[in-house]
Design a binder for this molecule. Structure first.
Ligand SMILES: [Mg+2]
Length: 132
């Protein structure tokens, strides 16, 4: 499983990186802009990310905008359905309205609230069929 963690908070980023490194290669980005560059490069190299953990509140480009741009990028490349990247949105509990919006619109596959719960995270990844 190749994962991209997009998170501006150092501690959350480090925690996710530690947890997800157990399951494969793990890259990190600190905002949506940097994430989109990494995602585009991965598509170009035919080695796309299997999973993106996307924080919502970030400087430069937030997670909502990055998610929309990711879906546009995939559409431009003719990717749809099961070929699109699995995205787990991550955010503070008091931002649950935003996260539910993205979830209901079907743009992301799952969401998590902080503080991060390892069991929930791994459960989502298993439900998405990314690990056994
Ligand atoms: Mg943040």
């Amino acid at each position: 499983m190749k994962t991209l963690i997009v998170e501006d908070d150092f501690l959350a980023r480090s925690l996710l990186s530690t947890l997800l490194s157990e399951y494969g290669v793990c890259h990190v980005a600190v905002n949506g802009r940097e994430a989109l560059d990494a995602i585009e490069r991965a598509f170009d190299e035919n080695d796309p990310y299997d999973l993106i953990c996307l924080d919502i509140m970030m400087p430069v480009m937030d997670g909502q905008e990055a998610l929309l741009e990711l879906r546009k990028m995939e559409a431009r490349r003719g990717l749809k359905g099961l070929d699109t990247t699995k995205v787990i949105m991550v955010t503070a509990i008091d931002d649950s309205k935003n996260i539910m919006k993205a979830f209901r619109q079907g743009q992301c596959e799952a969401y998590l609230t902080k503080p991060l719960d390892r069991t929930k995270l791994i459960g989502h990844i298993r439900d998405l069929g990314l690990i056994e």
